[in-house]
Design a binder for this molecule. Sequence first.
Ligand code: SF4
Length: 233
Amino acid sequence: MKIAGFLRTTLLDWDGKVACTVYLAGCNFRCPYCHNRDLVLHPEAVQGLDQEAVLGYIGEHSDFLDGAVISGGEPTLDPGLLDLIKRIRGKGLSIKLDTNGSRPEVLDDLIGAGLVDMVAMDIKAPLNADRYSSVAGVPADVEALRRSIRIIMESGVDYEFRTTVAPILVKERDIEEICREIRGAKCYCLHQFRPDVTLDDKLEVLDPYPESKVLGMAEAARPYVRRVKVRGI
Ligand code: SF4
């Protein structure tokens, strides 16, 4: 396991919680708007942090921290994920997992074992292989993504689905199509696109959608899901 980064305290990565965030290296997607370029493209070159030191910090601050967010990259690719989560939980923290949803079997195992308290899954585009692959930057298995959605929605754990609204990649009309796939979901979140540091540097010159357009997308989502959030505007 390579811990590529560690944020000691954040109020932003898990709504309502004081959390720390652990970033694992490597991802099976290549989303053009990804901010973790080095961690995704060159995981072998990222200098890993000492896992015991990270766990030591978490143990020492467990009275102050509510939970740990496990992010990436794509954490479900890491064979050491289960052990890491168990060790963090052993220190009394809750776990939020950020995932691209491509490994439903890992999600099923973790949720089934009661090891995660919150899951945030990206839904990057309408679940049609061509569209999805163009946003994920690799051929995407949309049936695996659908399985992940089902597992999460039926799990009983807290969750949110989220879409980064990058112009050109995600159109306004896509939001309703995405929301039809998650009809009845507890929470759907739109993330504003940020052009600073993107995996594909062509996107760095792209202007984000204006705020009014993102809020319009949120309105389009509202009839389908129980709660809509917008971040980054
Ligand atoms: S944004 Fe895409 S490429 Fe970046 S970590 Fe998430 S799934 Fe991987």
